[in-house]
Ligand binder design. Structure first.
Ligand code: SF4
Length: 162
């Protein structure tokens, strides 16, 4: 099924892209579930000029990982979002002090940096979807480990799955 998806498209790089319906079928979730993950800021689909969401293989991996964390580790969507909100993007990107202080993402602890608007000049021209912060935190089962690596306390309350 995976190789025969008729509407699968290729990016310029030769990367296979899937529509939201195809992605949902391949992962075994509903389309509204994927839309909800997007609304919650857990994923950033590729949007072409048509405004249709497209998903690459690494997006599917990211969603599978989210599903696994929810189902086997019993972490809620809010919990995953909370951990993503704690990712120290300024450390990962090496933002200078003055940029960090002026950046809304540095002060916002409720949403991942890629959901924060009015980003600092360090991020303004970057596309979040291809940013190292987004890419390197794509395995949500490793989020706690990544946070510890950057000395971010993870003993904050992570909402469990209800
Ligand atoms: S470019 Fe986007 S993902 Fe990267 S650090 Fe800035 S806000 Fe976060």
């Amino acid at each position: 099924m995976y190789a025969n998806t008729t509407s699968a498209m290729m990016q310029k790089t030769g990367q296979r892209l899937y529509t939201i319906g195809e992605a949902a079928d391949l992962i075994g979730v509903s389309v509204p579930t994927i839309r909800m993950y997007e609304r919650e800021g857990l994923i950033i689909p590729l949007r072409k000029t048509s405004r249709h969401r497209l998903f690459a293989e690494h997006d599917l991996q990211r969603i599978r990982c989210i599903r696994k964390t929810i189902n086997t580790e019993k972490v809620s969507i809010a919990g995953i979002r909370r951990m993503m909100a704690l990712i120290p993007c300024w450390k990962m990107k090496g933002c200078p002090e003055e940029s960090k202080e002026a950046c809304p993402a540095y002060h916002d602890h409720d949403a991942p940096c890629w959901m924060v608007t009015n980003k600092s000049w360090m991020c303004k021209s970057d596309e979040c979807r291809t940013c190292k912060v987004y890419i390197e935190t794509s395995d949500c089962s490793e989020l706690k480990q990544i946070l510890r690596q950057y000395s971010i306390p993870v003993d904050v309350e992570i909402p469990p799955k209800r």
